[in-house]
Design a binder for this molecule. Structure first.
Ligand code: KDG
Length: 310
């Protein structure tokens, strides 16, 4: 089977508040799907390339709901494992001064994904392997799985894409710093947010912070700047590509969808500027609706949006 990108991590069932306010006061939620690495796979697949997902889900209805989603999105699920005794994690999104996540995921099926579960041949025909800081933060087992699978993917000649996606709620700063640095030594393309960079290295210009990451070995660093667009830095140059003016409803998943679109452009052989404009548009469109997955656009929607706004 020809798969362009394989993503590994934790899918989380999402409940987003129907009104602004704190979790304790919200009575009504709508259900969606989340989990950064799954969101990325959906974005990549909706744009028209083949994605596969590696994870472990619980033997519950929420796990089944993910299988249904991925199949509908034409994402390969042959390496999605089901652990009948375990559960699929969930999270709530509330909106007060931005968006806030509350997780119920400790001990989830995905956190038990071990390197022994990985079908090593599955990686053989893919072009990109992707994972994130969240996949490394959820447990030591999953962290080791990410690192070992990344090493294997690199040996097999895949591009290793890494989104730092630092979530302070999931691990200590000390462990995060150590593990993220270790991962940067393996990655080929890195997707940090400005907050991720500042967590790692303090308050410097994004370009200088990106150059610090390049020193570990990656060829490209793409800093996601939200409505400001993105900054693409390689050893040769640094280029800021401005974002689209929109009124964001909910930025959940926008960064993941951006990554999927950037990797899509990379495989299409587009130059960095075209790729960045396209990815900025996907990020902007994903912010126009609530929840991570529903607002992710297909290619036609992105092209229409770029056509109308440029
Ligand atoms: O980027 C959006 C994700 O953060 C969201 O879907 C939930 O994966 C998630 C997490 O662990 O925060």
């Amino acid at each position: 089977m020809n798969i362009d990108l394989i993503s590994l991590g934790e899918p989380l069932i999402e409940f987003y508040a129907t009104k602004p306010g704190h979790l304790k006061n919200i009575l009504l939620f709508e259900r969606g799907w989340g989990g950064d690495t799954s969101n990325l796979a959906v974005s990549f697949a909706r744009l028209g390339k083949k994605a596969g997902y590696i994870t472990k889900i619980g033997g519950d209805d929420f796990g089944q709901s993910f299988i249904d989603l991925w199949k509908k999105e034409h994402i390969d699920v042959t390496n999605v494992l089901v652990s009948p005794k375990d559960f699929t994690g969930i999270y709530f999104i509330t909106y007060h001064n931005g968006h806030d996540f509350t997780y119920y995921r400790k001990g989830s099926a995905a956190s038990k994904l071990s390197f022994k579960d990985i079908d090593q041949d599955y990686l053989s025909n893919a072009k990109i392997f992707h994972s994130s800081g969240i996949s490394e933060a959820i447990s030591t087992t999953c962290r080791n799985t990410v690192l070992k699978t990344a090493k294997l993917a690199k040996k097999k000649g895949l591009i290793y894409s890494f989104d730092i996606n630092h979530r302070p709620k999931l691990w200590s700063n000390e462990t995060a710093l150590k593990v993220i640095t270790q991962t940067l030594r393996l990655a080929d393309i890195v997707f940090p947010s400005l907050e991720d960079l500042r967590f790692l290295y303090g308050d410097e210009q994004p370009e200088n912070l990106s150059r610090r990451i390049l020193k570990f070995g990656p060829q490209t660093v793409v800093v996601k700047l939200g409505s400001e667009g993105c900054l693409v830095t390689t050893k040769k140059k640094s280029m800021k590509v401005k974002g689209f003016k929109i009124t964001s409803v909910d930025p959940t998943g926008a960064g993941d969808a951006f990554d999927g679109a950037f990797l899509f452009g990379l495989l299409k052989g587009w130059d960095s500027e075209e790729t960045a404009i396209f990815a900025n548009a996907v990020g902007a469109l994903t912010s126009l609706g609530k929840g991570a997955v529903n607002p992710i656009p297909n290619k036609k929607r992105v092209e229409d949006f770029i056509g109308k706004t440029t």
